[in-house]
Unconditional design. Structure first.
Length: 213
């Protein structure tokens, strides 16, 4: 049994990760901006909701102390994408190292995956500029982790474009390194399975791991 800290635990992916971690017998610290907005998390056995901020290295270090692994599924849509994701990557890399946490999984976005060598989904001239701007935040996050993570064992898990919130877990998914794979669809539950598989039995490191049905 592991202790896992999940940043952004109030979102759909975060909640799915909490549920899968609990199903496997792990204990979870569920980090949200305002625990009062998520009273349902209080009632889950093995889950402790706490207030936290993935962009604050000191807060990350305090919150993550005593945990084995961390997942960052947090996002801020009221902050420029590149500013938020680089701030979170920097704070998590620093704070988790100080807390002694050995494994970090961050959630990526499918638009940063390659459709051909050196060509990403977001590079298509027809790709909407506002989504390209958001995608650049995850590109910058990945680049920063590659440079500044130090001894921290990290992985970016990238779901496909189509996330199905209510589809059940099948326990099956396809993977690829840095490229689009599978059907382009996955349930939140199976995305959580992929995340927890990489915590329970780490197989990939410091890459974009695309997962899909």
């Amino acid at each position: 049994m592991s202790r896992i800290v999940i940043f952004g635990a109030g979102g759909r992916v975060g909640r799915a990760a909490v549920a899968e971690a609990v199903r496997r017998g792990h204990t979870v610290t569920a980090v949200v901006r305002d625990p009062a907005k998520y009273p349902d998390l209080e009632g889950i056995s093995g889950v402790t909701p706490v207030r936290g901020d993935a962009t604050d290295a000191e807060a990350v270090a305090r919150t993550a102390a005593g945990h084995d692994a961390a997942i960052n599924a947090s996002v801020r849509l009221d902050v420029p994408s590149e500013s938020y994701f680089t701030a979170a990557a920097r704070a998590l890399a620093s704070g988790l190292r100080r807390a002694g946490v050995g494994r970090l999984l961050v959630l990526g976005i499918a638009t940063t995956l390659e459709t051909a060598p050196g060509v990403r989904v977001m590079d298509d001239p027809r790709f909407p500029e506002q989504y390209r701007t958001f995608s650049r935040g995850h590109v910058a996050e990945f680049d920063l982790l590659a440079v500044e993570s130090g001894p921290l064992d990290w992985l970016m898990v990238v779901p496909p474009m189509d996330l199905a919130p209510d589809a059940p877990a099948t326990g099956r998914y396809a993977t690829a390194i840095g490229t689009v794979t599978g059907t382009g669809r996955i349930s939140h539950a199976d995305l959580a399975v992929a995340l927890l598989d990489e915590i329970d039995t780490p197989r990939h490191h410091a890459v974009q791991l695309a997962v899909s049905h």
